[in-house]
Design a protein around this ligand. Structure first.
Ligand code: 3H9
Length: 704
């Protein structure tokens, strides 16, 4: 028997079932149908002594096919009943495991009687990251094999276990190095020869001891604090059912929970982001590169907080880095900060002493640009000033070897101008890291007008190597993220002038699930940083001719209220704790008086949310229309990976579809009418207007 994705053959009395569904052998409907038919063949061949299930390619089954969950007909039960059939065989069923054995893949393995794995196989139940739970008996079998505390930990966190840890936990039976098929056949022959009785995980008793009870109670309490993630509570209830109820009753509870989660907004949003992150890594738009350049060594100019953080990313990935500074003190300060960061990670047990040593050995400092001459990639991370950066770029253009890539970490300057300054613009790309650069996952990769296709391809590849989530942006002020932040900050300040308080604005925005409201965020990133950008824009004549525009941040800066580091900004601080500061209300009231702005005693939270979020969304749609960003999903990845946007809302573009594009357009029009639209703040982008008019969603829109 054989289909495109599943084949079965009888080899010397052993049934061999092969799954071959690249890239990760996900359980598509076709795979499940193929599995059922193969299992029926084995069932019918009464004389076949054992069944071996194995996979072709880089991994055993890495889970259910996430795309198939969108279908209204999707149901976990056909796969679950297949697992029940496997479990019930009197003849041994063996899973031989390699790669990442995840979700439905681990459920398949656990339904087999014997699990053998290669040493570098990894195991996990990552459904929670998709807002789901293991929906095919996983919440029932894992507690039986591994105990309730570990099962809960794995299913609630989605973390992976190594093969030795899985063996120690009782999830697998044996680790052997070799070809999965040969290993499976050898194990099958041994089990048959020794007449080893089959061991069914469904028949094992769950250990219901005090540790299990405590783990359940702790998990239930933690889930209760995160109502935005309904999967957490559903997981606890399903594992509890494994403890309290017979296997098949627990299985039914799990299936019902899965059905509800699958159609929940949170799971839809998280599934959207799963694919959006992977799609963002693909370069859209012509021309495509034929290949990438090799990056074996990296240079960084500027060993400040940014440069040091960027350097750590490369050292962590095993790539040697040279940091160039202008003085011994600056260099020592930068390298010292990196060393301190590594030591802090070691103290927390996140890195071994050996890892720290290996990484610090990869970092070298230099005062000489000449030491960059052999680097394959050089990133400038110097002070954010056009002249300073242009000078550095010009020097790099002369110093770097032919074929080396020159990257700028600017967050606001024109990458085209910097690229021309090097004298070799085809070699130049923007790499906009977010602070702290060694922690934040997002990397905006800025494609300048003359960036060579292979330079862009290399930037995307290197981003994945250093574990970043890359998103391509065209050249514009602020790229994708900071440009969308601009109307959001503008409305924040206008609302403060009209009488809202920082704590009210932050609370309204945080109620949506944003990690931080705009005022707390500005205090953390530095009022001086924000104000200098606005002042620079004003000097460049790039601000709207509105005398009221962003006056609050400039006044706070004048007053030295530079945010958390100054213990005063939009809030006053006790340590890192922000406390409401009546002085800020007074500052805003004075500014309002000077600028003739009428203050109101009540500003509804809904107005705050609409003015901040709808203008941000409108800017995102404008960015798509201009081709600065390729896809709505790319914008969502920027905001969820870099700006604390709640993943369970899927990002601003996904959220816009949930709200309804017509509703957003109509609300912008409404604000334009009641507030006036002299500066175009409320003008819906053309794309928003046309999508709303056609009743189309961003999710089904593409530039082509
Ligand atoms: C589940 O199992 C529910 C069950 O309880 C019940 C089921 C009946 N489906 O990440 P990569 C694609 S829920 C569909 O770049 P890596 C991915 O989109 C599932 N597609 O590679 C990409 O496609 P493209 C539980 C999938 O080496 C390509 O494969 N399982 C799936 O960095 C390569 O992916 C999970 O949540 C999938 N399940 O990492 C596992 N998985 O090339 C999710 C991958 O077109 N997957 N693709 O962009 C992962 O964590 C990683 O993909 C993995 C490989 C570690 C496997």
């Amino acid at each position: 028997m054989s289909t495109n994705v599943v084949s079965y053959e009888n080899c010397g009395g052993i049934g061999l079932l092969l799954i071959s569904n690249p890239p990760v052998n996900a359980l598509s409907t076709e795979v499940i149908t193929g599995l059922r038919s193969a299992v029926s063949t084995f069932e019918a061949e009464g004389e076949t002594k054992a069944l071996v299930i194995y996979c072709k390619g880089r991994t055993f089954v890495a889970g259910g096919d996430i795309a198939s969950f969108e279908s209204p007909e999707f149901d976990t039960r056909p796969f679950s009943s297949l697992l029940t059939r496997l479990d019930a065989f009197q003849r041994p069923v063996i899973a031989t495991l390699h790669g990442t054995v995840l979700g439905g893949g681990l459920e398949l393995a656990m339904a087999c009687h014997y699990r053998i794995a290669v040493p570098d196989a990894r195991f996990g139940m990552p459904e929670v990251k998709l807002g789901l739970l293991p929906g095919s008996q996983g919440t029932q079998r894992l507690p039986r094999l591994a105990g309730v505390p570990l099962a809960l930990d794995l299913i609630l966190s989605g973390r992976f276990l190594s093969a030795p840890d899985a063996l120690a936990a009782g999830i697998i039976d044996e680790i052997v190095d070799g070809d999965p098929l040969a290993l499976g056949i050898a194990a099958a022959e041994r089990l048959v020869r020794t007449r080893t009785p089959v061991r069914r995980s469904s028949a094992m008793k769950v250990v219901a001891d005090a540790a299990a009870t405590q783990a359940l109670a702790r998990a239930a309490a933690a889930a209760g604090k995160k109502p935005a993630y309904p999967a957490l509570g559903a997981i606890v209830r399903s594992v509890e059912a494994a403890v309290m109820l017979p296997f098949d009753e627990g299985e039914e509870i799990e299936a019902r929970e899965f059905d509800q989660l699958r159609v929940s907004g949170a799971s839809k949003a998280l599934r959207h982001l799963f694919f959006a992150e992977r799609t963002a890594a693909r370069i859209a738009g012509p021309p495509q590169a034929v290949g990438a350049r090799e990056v074996r060594s990296v240079g960084i100019v500027g060993a400040g907080t940014m440069g040091g953080g960027i350097a750590m990313n490369f050292a962590n990935a095993g790539i040697p880095v040279v940091l160039v500074e202008t003085s011994d003190e600056a260099l020592e300060r930068g390298l010292g900060m990196v060393r301190k960061n590594y030591e802090a990670s070691a103290a927390k047990g996140k890195l071994s002493a050996e890892q720290v040593q290996k990484r610090t050995r990869l970092l070298k400092g230099s005062l000489d640009y000449g030491s960059l001459s052999n680097c394959d990639l050089v990133i400038e991370a110097v002070f954010e000033s056009l002249q300073v950066k242009k000078d550095v770029c010009a020097r790099l253009g002369e110093t770097c070897k032919p074929g080396a890539i020159i990257a700028t970490n600017t967050s606001t300057l024109d990458v085209n101008v910097l690229a021309e300054a090097t004298g070799r613009p085809a070699d130049v790309v923007g790499l906009h890291f977010f602070s702290p650069a060694n922690v934040m996952r997002l990397l905006e990769v800025v494609r300048a007008a003359r960036t060579a296709p292979d330079v862009l391809a290399t930037a995307m590849q290197i981003a994945r190597r250093i574990n970043k989530v890359p998103v391509i942006s065209g050249v514009c002020y602020g790229f994708i993220g900071n440009r969308m932040l601009e109307p959001y900050m503008r409305e924040t300040e206008f609302l403060l002038l009209e009488g809202a308080l920082p704590q009210q604005i932050d609370a309204a925005i945080e109620s949506l699930g944003m990690a931080m409201g705009p005022c707390r965020m500005s205090d953390l990133s530095g009022i001086d940083i924000g104000a200098k950008v606005v002042i620079g824009q004003a000097e460049a004549g790039a601000l709207p001719p509105d005398p009221n525009y962003r006056v609050v941040v400039r006044r706070l800066f004048e007053l030295g209220r530079n945010g958390q580091k100054a213990q005063a900004g939009y809030y006053r601080y006790e340590g890192r704790t922000p406390l409401p500061d009546p002085a800020v209300a007074t500052i805003c009231a004075d500014l309002a008086r000077q600028h003739g702005i009428v203050r109101r005693s009540v500003i509804p939270d809904q107005e705050i949310i609409q003015r901040l979020m709808y203008t941000l969304i409108n800017e995102g749609i404008q960015i798509l229309d201009e081709g600065i960003s390729y896809r709505p999903g790319d914008v969502d990845v920027v905001w969820t990976a870099g700006y604390g946007f709640p993943d369970y809302r899927g990002g601003p573009m996904f959220m816009a579809d949930q709200i309804g594009l017509s509703e957003i357009k109509d609300t912008l029009d409404h604000f334009g009418r009641v507030r006036g639209n002299e500066f175009g703040y409320w003008t819906p982008s053309n794309l928003l207007k046309s999508l709303a008019a056609r009743g189309q969603r961003l999710g089904s829109w593409s530039k082509d």
